[in-house]
Design a protein around this ligand. Structure first.
Ligand code: ADP
Ligand code: PHD
Length: 417
């Protein structure tokens, strides 16, 4: 029993869908659960729909049209005009229109999940129908009937007991199963999601509940590299990474593996393979028990567009437990993700991600009680297993504002040139 995960980049056009089906045919089409994300950048396109709908702008029908045209154009290269799939896609788009017309809820996160899920529903319907068309029997299922969560929309927490029970009881794991990543449902059958880029986590959940042999995440890169190839020119493929090391890398922001994915796999000792859908014969990266890192070289992680905030008390008193815990509570309340902390006697600095755009509210609340210096638009570079050469290469990229070192890791906040 194995789990495959194909992300948006692997199903971004008709040729990519054909490539996915070829990989499935050569890797075996039995005892597999295939988890698929929305096609290309369609989740972002759905976010535009949500924005237009929620803020009642005049862009709603245009944004919906972009999504419909994208899928129909792609389908025209895969199917014949009278194939059943066109009706199925129209039914899904009809369900979406029905929701948009009938919904009365003002809860943004709830509305977001009820709309965003259509990206994964559309992509899996299309891949499943194409497999059927070329003669590969498969079982499409709605993941919302299997993965159950709480009602924390947009970042839902999995109900592991119920999910385990449903997957064990209802899923025929001997088949080639096709399902959606990222989406789930709560106990009232409303759609929830596991957080952006959460399809890897879906693969981890199925692997855990089915005691899978392994999970393969198919990517447009040869595997996990020692740096993001979009930012660094010379990168090296990491052949083996221990779970602990991969969790550290994901924690510091290595976006190639979703951080939550590794925990369920580690608990059951299920290897995670990261392989290239461009060169599927290559072995890629293996994350498993064993060597920490092979080859053992510095690994670079970048988080762009961070905010560096230095906070001190107005009366120059020490920054200690009581005010630090207060600041942390506020960071939590405003959903600001802290990526680095440093404190001295009178100042407390944090490097944060303003993912939910709530920094200004946080700032306005704190500025009455603290002196706050803010530097927006900085980059946070983390180097695991650093050496002098690696540090120098980062420092050459701009002006370092803050550096923090521990045994295996150095973090440098920079204003880049
Ligand atoms: N350390 C890394 N190793 C490999 N790829 C990385 C790394 N860091 C960032 N990436 C980027 O991650 C991309 C693949 O992830 P992503 O776009 O999220 O894939 P998908 O959405 O298809 O799952 C690669 O194209 C690469 O640019
Ligand atoms: N489609 C969702 C879930 C996901 O994981 O996508 P991808 O596998 O393309 O990163 C998103 O974009 O957030």
């Amino acid at each position: 029993m194995k789990i495959f995960k194909f992300g948006g980049a692997s199903v971004k056009d008709a040729a990519s869908v054909k490539n996915v089906t070829q990989i499935l045919q050569s890797e075996g089409t039995e005892s597999t659960v295939v988890v698929i994300s929305a096609m290309g950048k369609i989740t972002n396109a759905f976010e535009e729909v949500i924005d237009a709908y929620y803020n009642k702008t005049d862009k709603l029908s245009e944004n919906l049209g972009i999504i419909e045209d994208f899928h129909k154009n792609l389908m025209n290269d895969l199917f014949d005009k009278d194939d059943e799939i066109y009706k199925e896609i129209d039914i899904l788009l009809g369900e979406l229109s029905w929701f948009l017309a009938r919904n009365t809820s003002q809860r943004y996160n709830y509305v977001y999940d009820q709309i965003i899920c259509f990206g994964e529903l559309l992509s899996t319907k299309i891949v499943s129908a194409y497999l059927t068309k070329i003669g590969v029997e498969n079982n499409w299922f709605d993941v919302r009937n299997y993965i159950k969560t709480d009602s924390n929309y947009r970042d839902a927490k999995v109900d592991w007991d119920l999910t385990q029970e449903l997957i064990s009881k209802k899923l025929d794991a001997s088949k080639l199963n096709i399902t959606q990543g990222f989406i789930a449902a709560n106990d009232t059958e409303n759609t929830t999601t596991l957080g952006r880029e959460g399809s890897d986590y879906t693969a981890g959940i199925f692997a855990y509940c089915l005691d899978a042999e392994n999970v393969t995440i198919w990517k447009d890169v040869p595997g996990v590299l020692n740096a993001d190839p979009r930012v660094f020119e010379d990168t090296t493929l990491l052949e083996q990474i221990s779970y602990e090391e991969a969790i550290e890398m994901a924690f510091y922001g290595a976006s190639v593996i979703h951080p939550k994915t590794l925990q369920p796999l580690e608990r059951k000792d299920i290897p995670l393979l990261v392989r290239s859908f461009v060169n599927p014969k290559e072995t890629g990266t293996r994350v498993s028990k064993g060597k920490m890192l092979e080859p053992f070289i510095p690994c670079f992680i970048v988080k762009k567009d961070q905010i560096l905030v230095s906070i001190s008390a107005l009366d120059f008193s020490f920054m200690v437990e009581n005010n630090i815990s207060y600041i942390f509570q506020k960071l939590h309340d405003y959903q600001l993700k802290v990526n680095l902390i440093q404190n001295s006697a009178i100042s407390f600095s944090v490097c944060i991600d303003n993912k939910f755009n709530k920094f200004d509210e946080f700032y306005n609340e704190l500025k009455t009680q603290f002196k706050i210096d803010v530097q927006k638009g900085v980059d946070l570079f983390t180097v695991r297993h650093f050496d002098d050469k690696a540090v120098a290469s980062i420092e050459a990229k701009g002006t370092p504002l803050l550096t923090q070192v521990n045994k295996e890791t150095i973090q440098i906040v920079l204003v880049t040139k």
